[in-house]
Write a protein that binds this ligand. Sequence first.
Ligand code: KIV
Ligand code: NA
Length: 275
Amino acid sequence: MKKTVATFREAKNNNEKLTMVTSYDYSMAKLVDGAGIDGILVGDSLGMVTLGYDDTLSVTVDDMVHHTKAVSRGAKNALIVADLPFLSYHVNTEETIRNAGRLIQEGHAHAVKLEGGYDVLDKVEAIVKAQIPVMGHIGLTPQSINAFGGFKVQGKNKKQIQKLIDDARYLEDAGAFAIVLECIPEEVSKIISEKVSIPTIGIGAGKYCDGQILVVNDMLGMYSDFVPKFVKQYRNLKEDIDGAIKNYIKEVKDSSFPEKKHTFKIDPEIINEFK
Ligand code: KIV
Ligand code: NA
């Protein structure tokens, strides 16, 4: 069944948990979609996971459009949300709408996500007015890494907790259909999830969120540069891939691959005169 922003709203009303993972290409999108995931985020984490940058700040709108196109071709049922990258929604509302629009019109996403609360409300409102659903994202917002002074858990003191609660409410009022809560204590995300009527999607935010999201390469154990505390590795594909490649190398070297069954036949009459 096709998932929409309405599915997300209904899930919260019905107390059903929402499931999301990231994807950055056609093949992975097809796999996670086929397994029945509710939503796919084309996250700007692709900067780290697929492009090899140290953080997400170098990712461009063109990068996002390129990967969103691939994901949207692979997914048939999941709601596709694409990240607005750093600086694509900071300059003014015109540029913001244009960039969000590209992710929909060229990338074929169904919704966009941007980071921040109070500071980005005018942008959220403008995108929503353009009929593009917006997912908020508060807590540890990786595009603010330089402002935070590193990847740091948010919502540990009273001031930060109050700001997170206020930001979540502002985002709801501005028209966001859901909010990602990243790296905040479980008790704080429980309170936020109770105080807003739109679904909260947690990552490193505990079990009381209305849904969960993980970076797919993290949960499959195939991105090992850095494994955060909140990641559960459901598989260790790194080991599987390493084993498979080593086996392939060995079999090519010792000529046990390819076998007859991997090759194409030709009529001996035809080939004989070339011998
Ligand atoms: O880019 C990303 O993968 C994200 C999720 C971690 C929420 O924003
Ligand atoms: Na992101």
